[in-house]
Design a protein around this ligand. Sequence first.
Ligand code: GDP
Length: 230
Amino acid sequence: MSTQNLYQKAEFFQSAPDLARCPTEVGSEVAFAGRSNAGKSSAINTLTGNKKLARTSKTPGRTQLINFFQLDEQRALVDLPGYGYAKVPLKLKKEWDKNLSNYLHKRESLKGLILLMDIRHPMQEFDSMMLNWAVEREMPVHILLTKADKLKKGPAKNTLLAVNKSLNDANIDDLVSVQLFSSLKHLGVKELIKVLDTMLELEEPVLINDNLDVMLDDQLDTHENTDQHN
Ligand code: GDP
């Protein structure tokens, strides 16, 4: 079975408000995180070909929950609460931070993190916080610079290289990789699937950052910047 089919089999499984109420740990899971409006739901839709899944996570009452989508008996995708949009009291925000931190630090079946950032506003405070937590645990992180269709080829490439350089400078480029992504243009889906396959132990590791130039040319060749939606 091609692994793309596996992601298309994703089904909502369970929601949890905190680590203690997460499903029993079996096998491997990869979590998706991003600030609100980063394009997380759209990316999950694009990956799974299932609009219902992302809607599930946006159902009122579920937006601040950890939502589990099962792929098979051994594997799951996890949608973490969106972040930083709504004005919430500081006390509540601290509680969410604690829940996220607990989940990222202590969930043993969690094998990797997909961190989504709008290409026009990468590496905000939330992103650094998530990166730090993941790196503390030596967990691989893959960054999607989303809505890449919003920028022309040159600026998109420059942002990708700048983010990659900051990972290099921070000495975390062995754990953290980065790519361009656009749900609108279906840009970067293949690369994302490769990374997920590795994190979920379906395939041998790929060294994304080492192949950045090749991948970039590959991606950008098929990338025309005409639309300016949203
Ligand atoms: P979430 O809050 O992170 O789940 O973000 P959504 O997936 O709901 O997307 C937020 C907004 O960005 C919506 O208006 C989407 O239509 C838009 N959006 C998401 N992905 C893309 C993309 O690849 N390209 C463009 N141009 N807009 C996008």
